[in-house]
Design a protein around this ligand. Structure first.
Ligand code: SF4
Length: 292
């Protein structure tokens, strides 16, 4: 199957959001080259005429994104305090195409050059964010989240088909911390493999801490029907134990048992838990914050 890339002119680039950590979201691309099997954002296909199953095979590039934000920022800056903005919630702002289009870079540059005071959050799985360290350092109130669901590169490759390896993400986290950028690790979704072997979680949290990050955002595996239809295909290739855990993963008992394990590791490694809770939002499809 050939990968489809289409340049489009977006009508707007910034949208109000109900996600708890931001007032506005910016998604410079529709679609994502990383194609994670658990991706909540696959529902975005319906806005561009793509099927859910085709997620990971197309990207619509909002070529005028930087032009649009240059106008929008003036409107945002009239508000007091300046609203919190996050890139991105339904795409990865540093997927491979960013190398060519540099939309995320242009957007961040705009916030930096206006010395925008509101919180700018960036959430990604990609080391390419390090290309923009110079700009990140110039934004007064920036926070970068790196999504790391496992420290096992093999497992990561299995479910996060074309995303950078887990070890590359851990290295990125360390480089960001070394550069003095405020970071957190987004551990989500919690894969069934982690419940099967909690020592994998122990290793993951220990490596995040060793990378210099002390805040984590954690999210359960949320399986609305459109996510389940993609996940089922890959989980069938897993062991029976994993399949059983996966089938049980949406129950309250499951979440309670997992929370006890997670809380133990948070205490062990002295992490601050974002929102002070593990995110669970299956019934709130529009509160998507689990991507990047
Ligand atoms: S989870 Fe994030 S990186 Fe993965 S496909 Fe979805 S938007 Fe892209």
């Amino acid at each position: 199957m050939t990968f489809k890339i289409e340049e489009i002119q977006a009508k707007s680039i910034i949208s109000a959001t109900k996600v708890p950590s931001a007032d506005y979201v910016i998604n410079p691309y529709t679609g994502c080259q990383f194609g994670c099997m658990y991706c909540f954002a696959s529902f975005m296909g319906r806005f561009v005429g793509e099927s859910n199953q085709n997620w990971g095979n197309y990207v619509y590039v909002k070529s005028n994104a930087v032009e649009l934000i240059q106008k929008d920022i003036l409107r945002l800056m009239k508000k007091s305090p300046h609203p919190r903005v996050i890139l991105s919630t339904v795409t990865d702002p540093y997927q491979g195409l960013e190398k060519k289009y540099r939309l995320t870079r242009g957007i961040l540059q705009t916030f930096a050059s206006h010395q925008y005071q509101g919180r700018i959050g960036v959430l990604t799985k990609s080391p390419m964010i390090l290309d923009d360290l110079d700009i990140l350092k110039k934004i007064p109130n920036v926070e970068v989240g790196i999504t790391i669901t496992t420290s096992d590169d093999k497992l990561s490759r299995f479910l996060e088909i074309a995303a950078p390896s887990a070890s590359a993400r851990l290295k990125t986290l360390r480089a960001l911390n070394d550069a003095g950028i405020q970071t957190y690790a987004f551990v989500g979704p919690l894969l069934p493999h982690m419940k099967h072997k909690p020592e994998l979680l122990d290793k993951l949290f220990s490596e995040i801490k060793a990378a210099g990050t002390s805040t984590v955002k954690v999210e359960y595996l949320n399986l609305p029907q459109y996510v389940r239809s993609r996940m089922n295909d890959v989980i069938q290739q897993e062991s029976e134990e994993i399949q059983v855990i996966y089938q049980n993963s949406q129950s309250e008992n499951y979440r309670e048992a997992l929370e006890a394990i997670i809380r133990g590791y948070l205490d062990k490694y002295e992490f601050r838990l974002y929102f002070d809770e593990i995110v669970h939002h299956i019934s709130k499809q529009n509160l998507v914050e689990n991507n990047g």
